[in-house]
Ligand binder design. Structure first.
Ligand SMILES: Nc1nc2c(ncn2[C@@H]2O[C@H](COP(=O)(O)OP(=O)(O)O)[C@@H](O)[C@H]2O)c(=O)[nH]1
Ligand SMILES: [Mg+2]
Length: 321
């Protein structure tokens, strides 16, 4: 009980995030926490830790790196108490995630000039739901928001975004199914510009193309956007589904190579007990993680912060004070 006091949160708790990460916290991270209840900080503990980190979808390389660093620091600082080692691990994990926020650009939105957000990613990752979340987020700042139904390949996709538009009371620019996405985007840009919208969010189709096609299509859409607002899109958000683990990361890498992704949105963190994907994203992609999705409602989103994220993996409600 004495060292229990060491386990302090780094940041203010985020209730939304804690709820979203509950499965992960109760799953692998509960196992990780329990490891450090052991009496000895020995090789067996380090080996078990590495295995659990890999199970948490933190990725092979990153897991090895974390354990190696922990070992080194524990040895250099003559730490023998597992409870102290756990604190070091927590700080190391936070530092690793800070890599993912270091390159984040400051966003300065101008009232009445459309801040254009292009949302990309593989089909089913949560783009359209993520867009609903972004609408609620921007509306929370009192901004006017418009949507563009740029995924014209499935009629259902157009209906889905229209329904969100009605629910959230924002206009949606849409064409018929199978229309040219470029034409939708052009119309939406004109409408957003003419109506002095603060934010325009553009949905895209998430077909897995060959790399060349993906690049060509996204470039074409960007050129169309720039006909109306030359410095747009100010944000290109890539949605990554947390439940697809390391596989999702490989697909995401294709997008970061093809599109100038500015921000990453990790969706469905509530749906997995292995919520460690953020660590491999931070290490492998180098693109800032900005948003995280923790459910199917438009309010189920949090801004990504390394300290609250790591706290939420280790502490449940009312713990860690
Ligand atoms: N549990 C959970 N489900 C989500 C989340 N985001 C999206 N979904 C669900 O995932 C499915 C695909 O989402 P959708 O937004 O249509 O993906 P898209 O094809 O990329 O546009 C839908 O059933 C969503 O309700 C999330 O953060 N948590
Ligand atoms: Mg969609």
């Amino acid at each position: 009980m004495v060292f229990r006091k060491l386990f302090r949160r780094t940041a203010e708790p985020d209730v939304q995030l804690e709820k979203g990460l509950e499965k992960t916290r109760r799953g692998v991270f509960n196992e990780i926490t329990k490891l450090f209840d052991r009496h000895e900080l020995d090789d067996e503990l380090y080996e078990d830790l590495e295995m659990l980190l890999i199970q948490a979808d933190i990725g092979w390389d990153v897991s090895q790196q974390l354990v190696a660093e922990l070992k080194e620091r524990a040895s250099a600082e003559r730490i023998t108490n597992p409870a102290d080692a756990r604190e070091i691990l927590r700080l190391e994990m936070t530092q690793l995630l800070e890599l993912a926020t270091r390159n984040r650009k400051v966003k300065i939105l101008q009232r009445g000039v459309p801040w254009v957000v292009l949302v990309v990613g593989v089909n089913g990752t949560g783009k359209t739901t993520g867009i609903a979340k972004l609408v609620e987020y921007h509306k929370g700042f009192g901004r006017s928001v418009m949507l563009a139904a740029g995924d014209t390949f499935r009629a259902a996709a157009i209906d889905q975004i229209k329904i969100w538009g009605e629910r959230l009371d924002v206009p949606v620019i849409a064409h018929q199914p199978n229309a040219d996405p470029g034409a939708v985007v052009f119309d939406a840009m004109q409408a957003a510009h003419n109506r002095n919208m603060d934010v325009l969010i553009i949905d895209t189709a998430g077909r897995l193309h060959t790399k060349f096609n993906l690049m060509a299509e996204l470039n074409k859409i960007k050129k169309i956007i720039q006909k109306t607002v030359p410095n747009a899109p100010q944000e290109v958000v890539l949605v990554i589904d947390a439940t697809t683990g390391q596989n999702g990361l490989v697909q995401a890498a294709e997008f970061t190579k093809s599109a100038d992704v500015t921000d990453i949105f990790i969706s469905k963190l509530d749906g997995t007990a292995r919520g460690g994907i953020a660590f491999s994203v931070a290490k492998e992609l180098g693109t800032p993680i900005t948003y995280i999705g923790t459910g199917e409602k438009s309010s189920d989103m949090a801004e990504f912060r390394p300290d609250t994220y790591v706290d939420s993996l280790f502490f449940g409600e009312g713990e860690g004070f």
